[in-house]
Ligand binder design. Sequence first.
Ligand code: GTP
Length: 434
Amino acid sequence: MPAGSHLAHARQPIAALPQRILLLENSRAYTSMLREAIEQRTQLPISVATTLAEARELLERESDWFLALTGLVLADGDRDAVIDFFVERRLPTIVVSGVYDDALRERALQQQIIDYVLKSTPDSIDYLAWLVQRLERNRRINALVVDDSLSARSYIASLLALQGYQVSHVADGQSALRMVEADPGIRLVIVDQEMPGMDGIELTRRLRHLRARDRMAVIGVSGSSDASLIPRFLKNGANDFLRKPFSREEFFCRVSQNIDQLELIGTLQDLATRDFLTGLPNRRSFLEQSEKVVAQGSGGDLTVAMIDIDHFKHINDSYGHEAGDRALRAMADILHAHTRREDHCGRFGGEEFCVLIHGLDAAASRAHLETLRQAVEALELDIDGRPLRMTISIGASRHSPQFDTLHKLLGEADRHLYLAKAGGRNQVRGLEAA
Ligand SMILES: Nc1nc2c(ncn2[C@@H]2O[C@H](COP(=O)(O)OP(=O)(O)OP(=O)(O)O)[C@@H](O)[C@H]2O)c(=O)[nH]1
């Protein structure tokens, strides 16, 4: 998501989730590098301890601990004591070790230790920072496990829960389809192949009719050695496949990689469709959405309006370009707040915005745009102690046999915008007959 898309940020729910990260490690140099890398990727508060005693005190002082990253060589505890310390407290933990120890790794990965990472690997800091960010984001992702075997699906669900996902599990394909249909928040589905009734491949095919590959990852799972299974899963819309038995680490890597990809696609889609400064849909996105509405032929109840901030050049010249940007963002916020669910708005470019109003007659559209004009007129920004006020001119057009394409509607709205400017600005033109 672009840094400037404050609207997109504002719409995200603020979840009351545990926030704190504990770094327990005796090497100060490593800790400070790790801390810096994590801070670049997340906003979570980080506390640092070098001994178990310090860690105990910190953990007791605060309550909302999300994650611990711990070394294994401490002045007041050996490896076993460190692992026991976190296991007893049931705190999700990542072990960062200086030496590779197979037995210890086995032991650690059976508890609620999320990962065992070798400190000496050159990219360990980057990997750990990525992992913390991944775990943090997972907490806002709904996952679904579909398997007729209770023990198998409970096991997979527990692995996903360890990685922070909000997990549900069901025993059959029909229940899975119902859940995905009802919950748009489900972004990951793990599907077992061997199920009575509907098998995993058929379920995957049907899931794809409900949600596209770039919005939900489906991962097929099977213990069968049938070589045709993987291509069949993939051809029917699965993003990936895991053969049972799989290790916890393999499972984690596959799932994370698929979720990373979904997020990347989401970011790219956002970059392509949002205006960077205001977070509103950009011109192309507005045109695409509006074309669809006009093509559906909504009868006469369609209004297009072009909105232009008056004397914006003067705002820039007398308050500075940055104040101009603030004014554009404030304008976008007001427009967004005045855009109903069934409407579309966008930044057309510069100080020009547009809105498509769907389902209001001419009089109601005019009243709606008049409210928008008044809301902008009433706004006062504080620019370093100086008040900044602005007005907008609006030119509108109505869908009719004469103006039956988006292109014609925009042309007519633009003509009325010109008349609004020529008529003294700060007014709505084009719906006078209403
Ligand atoms: N701060 C800022 N200014 C911008 C941006 N995009 C365009 N502008 C400025 O917007 C101004 C538009 O000015 P004009 O098209 O001359 O129109 P106006 O001053 O608004 O006057 P009227 O439309 O006739 O009321 C120009 O000075 C552009 O530099 C932007 O993203 N940020």
